[in-house]
Design a protein around this ligand. Structure first.
Ligand code: ZN
Length: 660
């Protein structure tokens, strides 16, 4: 998949890492449906001074893009954010209830990088009154026009950041700022069609620009130095130039140089060269993403949303994936799949595990837990791609979830909870590694068959295949032998959790009465439901205790055999491109929800008062300079609060005007 994996809570709460720190405060605060966490940057202190300095300047280059994202999300966002911040800082009576409601709204605006929910994309309204906000603004000398007030308070104005509704003009119906006022979907599509690039190395036309209407004509405004968002991009470039001085090697130097050139010229051919250089840089310990990247927020899927992340390789965890990858052929040979669907020669992928050091733009505060770039298919085909998982973020999710009552509510007894506390997180990591390093790469297709043969069910089936490959091997003594698991019991924690999640607890993300839609959720339910319905010897069942339903596993070895049986069939469907069977499989097991059970799960979950969406506070990096202005060290601090961080970013990293 060519996208950053943006999973929300239910999946994340169960992945994790072995690095724990009882004294570190992972969970900071909660408001509305949001929870604010901190992440720990393990290993930062052990980096070389050069690497620390590189992280520092790349982080600075990241933070300067923040305003760009606000403006891309909606052209009123910067005006509104700044007005609220001025009121927040200057209003005299901070004890007033109305003030506190405004503060809550501002915290939400920061979280969403604007006035629309980061996930649902619906506009949210403040709970303070329009009258109060109007007078507070006057009192603080802040200008709030009627137009801006209606954008804040009128539910009908700019109601959706992005619409995907049938029959609605996707461009006019979206509040996002990828297209100027009055540009229609038809006009934008016609412009893109006319400017399509058909060269051998196609350029991603429109990736870094806004289309606006001037005198009835569509005009492209390119994001670059001297173009749209120039003031912010200049600061990005300035810090990339400083980072260049600390680059680890020539290849990384080339990456940074190409990115600087691209920011200065906006030339998409240079962007291609940058992507290729970036894919080829496998040696550097420090790595980063910085710029207009994912295109999900543009209703036409063309223009990139600004995002940034600085990270460095986690050496221990990467070793783990190398062991798996080195044994790829053994895994292929010993799986339950039919001999004719096995690869004679299989190559494992050694997934890189990274530690995030700075999150920014569309990766902040809500963030992906994996990166898979670049997005241009022809570059992926010719030069490959980099796929990474971000262990310190998944670890933060999991640590923050400890003791929140979830497992106490949904797991059947102390025995399984104990097992899960001991092994759950390491099993989660290991399963992700098996899925990525050997799962997707396993098996072969019959002549003439492609993965697309399964059409709309291709990704559900493919994810199920990779998951099952991992599930089947989780219980294999080989993992203990390879030193990847400490005990032959450990896998049981993961089996229990997989079944509980797929059959029951992931339903907390589904609204009452709705079906399961998202491919990863479908895949998890497909596996759990198929196994549950085929458990003829009661290997696994759902039992009732004091009016509540629980998953009970009676035979873990039997459960493994069922996973193996399903793996065999899913591999057959994939290898043969059996669309009818794939469709049947998805419809029978993956989509429909047991209504009474769903209601029960939702009620029990609501009683826990947990926030479904999480986001992060970044650490603060402070450089130490010598007399010549050279960095001699960079210190890291985790104590900044959510509010202080956003106010500081708005004060120190906010070069753009209100209207761009
Ligand atoms: Zn996958």
């Amino acid at each position: 998949m060519k996208k950053v994996i943006a999973l929300t809570f239910a999946a994340m709460a169960f992945f994790s890492c072995s690095k724990k720190d009882a004294n570190f405060q992972y969970s900071v605060e909660q408001f509305y449906d949001l929870e604010i966490l901190r992440y720990k940057v393990d290993g930062f202190e052990a980096l070389s001074t050069q690497q620390k300095a590189l992280v520092y300047y790349l982080s600075e280059a990241s933070l300067y893009g923040r305003d760009i994202l606000y403006d891309q999300n909606c052209r009123y966002n910067l005006t509104i954010r700044r007005a609220l911040e001025q009121i927040y800082l200057n209003y005299p009576n901070k004890d007033e209830e109305q003030f506190q409601l405004m503060e809550k709204y501002l915290k939400r605006v920061w979280f969403s990088n604007g006035i629309h929910h980061h996930y649902s994309e619906d506009k949210f309204l403040p709970e303070c009154s329009q009258e109060w906000l109007t007078q507070a603004a006057q009192q603080c000398g802040v200008e709030l026009s009627d137009e801006v007030l209606s954008v804040i308070f009128d539910p009908a104005v700019m109601a959706k950041r992005m619409t995907q509704q049938d029959g609605v003009d996707l461009v006019l119906g979206s509040a996002g700022n990828y297209y100027g006022e009055g540009v229609t979907q038809a006009e934008a599509e016609a412009w893109y069609a006319a400017h399509k690039d058909l060269s051998a190395e196609p350029k991603w036309i429109g990736l870094n620009s806004q289309l606006v209407k001037e005198n009835g004509q569509i005009v492209e405004r390119t994001y670059k130095v001297g173009g749209l968002y120039s003031a912010a991009i200049e600061k990005v470039v300035e810090n990339l130039k400083k980072a260049l001085e600390y680059a680890e090697n020539d290849q990384q130097k080339l990456v940074i140089e190409k990115l600087i050139e691209y920011n200065e010229t906006g030339d998409l051919q240079t962007f291609n060269e940058y992507c290729i250089a970036w894919v080829k840089d496998l040696e550097s310990r420090v790595d980063f993403v910085n710029g207009f990247t994912e295109t999900y927020s543009d209703p036409l899927g063309i223009t990139g949303t600004w995002e940034a992340m600085v990270n460095f390789k986690d050496m221990d965890a990467t070793k783990r994936t190398e062991i798996i990858s080195a044994n790829a052929q053994w895994f292929e040979d010993h799986s339950t799949t039919d001999q004719k669907y096995k690869k004679e020669e299989v190559k494992g992928v050694s997934a890189k595990v990274i530690t995030a050091a700075m999150l920014a733009g569309d990766c902040y505060p809500a963030t992906p837990i994996g990166i898979n770039l670049p997005n241009a298919n022809w570059i992926r085909k010719e030069y490959g791609s980099k796929s990474v998982t971000i262990d310190n973020l998944t670890s933060a999710y999991s640590e923050a979830a400890k003791g929140n009552g979830f497992n106490e509510e949904f797991m059947i007894d102390d025995a399984i909870r104990d097992l899960y506390n001991r092994y759950g997180s390491m099993c989660g990591d290991l399963h992700t590694d098996l899925h990525e390093c050997v799962g997707h790469g396993s098996g072969k297709l019959m002549p003439g068959i492609s993965k697309e043969s399964l059409k709309e069910h291709a990704s559900t089936i493919e994810e199920a295949r990779a998951d099952l490959f991992g599930l089947y091997y989780m219980a294999d003594p080989k993992l203990v032998e390879l030193g990847l698991l400490p005990s032959a019991e450990a896998y049981k924690a993961f089996y229990y959790q997989q079944m509980m999640n797929g059959l029951m607890t992931q339903l907390v993300r589904i609204e009452p009465g709705k079906d399961v839609e998202e491919a990863h959720m479908r895949n998890r339910q497909l596996i759990a439901m198929w196994v549950y319905r085929h458990a003829d010897n009661k290997e696994v069942e759902i039992v009732e205790k004091d009016g509540k339903h629980y998953l009970q596993v009676n035979d873990y070895e039997g459960l493994r055999a069922l996973y193996g049986e399903l793996l065999k069939e899913i591999q057959r469907i994939t290898s043969e491109g059996d669309y009818a069977a794939a469709k049947q499989m998805v419809e029978d097991y993956a989509v429909k929800v047991d209504q009474p059970l769903h209601q029960e799960i939702l009620a029990r979950y609501e009683g826990l008062h947990l926030a479904p969406y999480k986001g992060f506070i970044n650490p603060v990096y402070t450089p130490v300079f010598d007399a010549d202005g050279k960095i001699t060290d960079v210190t890291i601090d985790y104590t900044e609060s959510y509010i202080d961080q956003h106010l500081r970013y708005s004060r120190d990293y906010s070069p753009l005007p209100n209207i761009n």
